[in-house]
Design a binder for this molecule. Structure first.
Ligand code: CAA
Length: 271
């Protein structure tokens, strides 16, 4: 299905989400505080829907959680035979035949869509994390370009403790940020990383007191909005390629991107 309009307030609420869009800034709030912002399959497919339909004017996406916890990860009721109301249990329709595997593959790919778009070059995404970011919650924070943590933040990749793997796009950014050895240690011990260690490991760009989280994010948003949208998008695209490119490939990419920029600026100046 190709969505053309943002999800309605009711659809967002059913997915445990709130969305505010104001000019260049969209704020997505995980909003099931009574379940510590646990997420379901619907949360992730609705996040994907938001990503597909955000107005092009949006340049910054802030993801935060209502209340004291960013997110307790997957709603554990998803693993009960009855599942979450209105959604199928994770345990339903599991089979080792090709058809079942292909259906599961498509379901997880749909969930991953909810995380992937946060890396798009035309936006900068910021996770504002207070309290726990567990499992899928940690992966959602990792899906964002930048993480601002309150000093009570606690990050934990809990999936292996449940007999599972982190499959919501989190393993790649985790390894990119902390390296393979530390990622193995964090994931296989499922230990919790506090805010101070998260900053040391570069899992946080900024750690602030809890009462300063919102203002710190606002300041960051203002600073990010100071650059031109086109230059910001082209620069983010270059930076995203850099880890995969050789120096030779990267400098060619820089020249190409700069030629595009200069041409665009010349067109602007020429009226
Ligand atoms: N799913 C469903 N309900 C949850 C939940 C979750 N992930 N986390 C918390 N809740 C519910 C609790 O059951 C409790 O409900 P009741 O009020 O009905 O008893 C309510 O939210 C409040 O929870 P706590 O009293 O435990 O709140 P706390 O602030 O003391 O602790 C917490 C918060 C540390 C997040 C703790 O609730 C916790 O550890 N939750 C479970 C975390 C977890 O294991 N998540 C799964 C990770 S794996 C994953 O996400 C990815 C994957 O694909 C498998």
């Amino acid at each position: 299905m190709v969505e053309t309009a943002l999800p309605s307030k009711d659809d967002l609420a059913a997915a445990g989400l709130r969305l505010e869009v104001e000019d260049a800034v969209a704020k997505i709030t995980l909003s099931r505080p009574e379940r510590r912002n646990a997420m379901t399959g619907r949360t992730w497919t609705t996040l994907a829907h938001v990503g597909h339909t955000l107005p092009p004017s949006v340049r910054i996406v802030v993801v935060d959680g209502e209340g004291s916890t960013f997110s307790s990860g997957i709603d554990l009721a998803m693993f009960s035979p009855e599942g979450v109301e209105g959604e199928t249990s994770v345990l339903q329709n599991i089979g080792d035949d090709a058809e079942s595997r292909s259906a599961l593959d498509a379901t997880i790919a749909g969930y991953q869509e909810g995380f992937l778009w946060l890396r798009r070059p035309d936006i900068v995404s910021i996770a504002a994390v207070r309290g726990h970011a567990i499992g899928a919650g940690f992966q959602l924070a990792l899906a964002c370009d930048l993480r601002v943590l309150a000093d009570d933040a606690q990050l934990c990749m809990k999936e292996p403790a449940l007999g599972l793997v982190p499959d919501l796009t989190g393993t790649k950014p985790l390894v990119d940020i902390v390296g393979v050895s530390r990622a193995i240690e964090l994931c296989l011990t499922t230990r919790t990383v506090g805010a101070a260690e998260a900053r040391e490991l570069r899992l946080a760009e900024l750690v602030v007191g809890g009462s300063e989280l919102d203002s710190a994010v606002r300041d960051l948003v203002s600073a990010l909005l100071a650059t031109s949208p086109e230059a910001a998008a082209a620069t983010k695209e270059l930076l995203l390629q850099a880890p995969h490119n050789s120096l030779e490939e990267q400098i060619v990419a820089e020249r190409r991107a700069q030629a595009d920029r200069l041409n665009a600026l010349a067109r602007q100046l020429g009226g």
